[in-house]
Write a protein that binds this ligand. Structure first.
Ligand code: HEC
Ligand code: HEC
Ligand code: HEC
Ligand code: HEC
Ligand code: HEC
Length: 165
């Protein structure tokens, strides 16, 4: 019942407003109810669709979100290093700003991870564009990408223990 389209595209909210730990830790984090209520105690206060949010706030019982992306336990993933090295949210998660309902757009299979770990220059973007939902690779991406790989000191990490620890 949560729409990224509405809140990101419509209201212009930054990912970090809700996914507060994405720059500093392995997980991006899902916002607690009070993040929603900072607005919804003032707007759409009567809407039936928001009753579960109000109920969670009253009772202190967290909302239960259905997990969409879920790697097997034997795979290690870390958001913060990808953010630091200039890999944007939409490169892995697609146009979330156009999703009324969250969905997974990439397989998250090992081959998909490795495609980028082998050739990061194809995907890297300037750091100040990591959270942008509008960024598109320029026509000279490979050239710009190679420069960024050097500037951000990006290593090609394909050894098994990078992801299997
Ligand atoms: C107003 C709060 C809010 C903002 C802003 C927001 N999100 Fe979310 N996000 C959520 C909530 C709540 C969920 C869990 C419900 C769902 O999956 O839709 C979620 C889930 C997700 C998931 C899926 C998690 C899973 O279960 O696998 C991804 C990926 C994601 N957000 C990416 C983003 C990106 C990228 C941005 C910025 C472009 C963003 N979000 C902005 C609140 C927000
Ligand atoms: C920065 C303010 C803000 C935050 C934070 C926020 N919302 Fe909203 N939300 C709005 C506004 C404003 C609307 C009404 C948009 C409109 O009328 O076009 C809305 C609409 C909604 C709607 C009904 C319309 C729709 O999108 O289907 C739901 C459900 C909703 N929000 C859930 C949430 C949840 C859950 C959270 C916390 C994860 C949250 N919102 C966080 C401002 C916010
Ligand atoms: C390199 C690919 C990649 C990038 C870049 C990326 N994610 Fe993710 N994201 C994933 C994977 C893989 C998972 C599933 C992790 C798991 O199951 O352990 C995930 C899970 C999530 C989740 C679910 C909660 C969690 O932390 O597991 C949210 C929310 C999320 N991502 C938001 C974001 C946002 C916001 C950005 C941009 C700052 C972003 N992601 C960038 C691959 C990526
Ligand atoms: C679009 C590009 C891209 C994709 C897709 C991607 N990664 Fe990465 N990943 C990177 C870059 C760039 C780095 C930083 C390498 C460095 O240290 O310079 C990195 C680093 C990592 C690291 C840190 C390794 C270490 O030892 O420091 C882990 C773990 C990781 N990725 C796991 C994954 C997993 C698991 C997936 C697939 C689910 C994945 N990545 C998908 C680009 C990507
Ligand atoms: C960049 C991250 C990454 C690296 C590096 C990596 N893997 Fe994986 N591996 C994954 C992910 C993600 C999965 C789970 C999804 C899947 O099965 O494709 C996985 C799954 C596996 C599986 C289980 C496959 C199955 O069918 O269940 C094996 C075995 C495996 N990896 C072995 C290796 C070996 C051996 C290496 C080194 C040569 C390696 N991996 C390097 C990310 C990685």
């Amino acid at each position: 019942m949560f729409s990224h389209k509405h809140h990101v595209d419509g209201l212009g909210l930054d990912c970090r407003y809700c996914h507060t730990s994405v720059e500093v830790s392995a997980s991006a984090g899902i916002p607690p109810t009070h993040t929603c209520m900072s607005c919804h105690s003032q707007v759409w206060t009567e809407a039936p669709i928001l009753e579960p949010v109000r109920a969670s706030y009253r009772t202190g019982k967290p909302l239960e979100w259905v997990r969409v992306h879920d790697l097997p336990d034997f795979v290690y993933f870390n958001h913060s290093i990808h953010v630091k090295k200039g890999i944007g949210c939409t490169t892995c998660h697609g146009q979330v700003d156009q999703m009324p309902l969250m969905r997974q757009v990439n397989t998250l299979f090992m081959g998909w991870c490795l495609e980028c770990h082998r050739s990061p220059e194809k995907f890297v973007r300037p750091r100040d564009q990591v959270f942008s939902t509008d960024w598109q690779p320029p026509s000279n991406q490979l050239e710009v990408g190679r420069q960024l790989v050097e500037e951000y000191n990006i290593q090609s990490k394909t050894y098994c223990s990078a992801c299997h620890r």
